[in-house]
Design a protein around this ligand. Structure first.
Ligand SMILES: [Zn+2]
Length: 137
């Protein structure tokens, strides 16, 4: 699937309005995000971040959610083993056992919410472990 992008207007040091573009995508089976800063006023271009993992919630990820809307990942069948689902959440998010348990409870209830890219990524990982999930938009 394609990634998601958001462009945020920011003030450059030169006094012109510049653009910060945040991208979230899946690369070689990993969740990635990057951010680049471009100012047409002074010609500044810099890569602010590029790497695997979840985008920081504050500002970056919230901007992605605001621009693209949230997606919801839900269980669409019975789960052979909740332990497998918890393992996926622990691997992917590095969360504690109680947090992983809470995610799995959400998954079987109203669903887990996040960006479409994050949910597609989780879907792939969960399906690999035999957990039937699907993404609602
Ligand atoms: Zn500038």
């Amino acid at each position: 699937m394609a990634g998601q992008t958001v462009k945020i207007a920011v003030l450059c040091a030169c006094g012109e309005m510049a653009v910060r573009q945040v991208n979230q995508f899946i690369d070689f089976g990993e969740l990635w995000w990057d951010a680049e800063f471009t100012c047409d006023g002074c010609g500044t271009y810099r890569c602010e971040h590029a790497g695997p993992g979840a985008a920081p919630d504050d500002g970056w990820r919230q901007a992605l959610l605001a621009a693209n809307g949230a997606a919801r990942l839900r269980l669409v069948g019975s789960v052979p083993s909740l332990v497998q689902a918890m393992k996926v959440f622990r691997e992917v998010s590095g969360v504690s056992l109680p947090q992983a348990r809470r995610f799995v409870e959400q998954l079987s209830g109203d669903g887990v919410e996040g960006t479409l890219v994050e949910m597609e990524f989780l879907k792939t990982r969960l399906r690999l472990r035999g957990i039937p999930v699907d993404v609602d938009r």
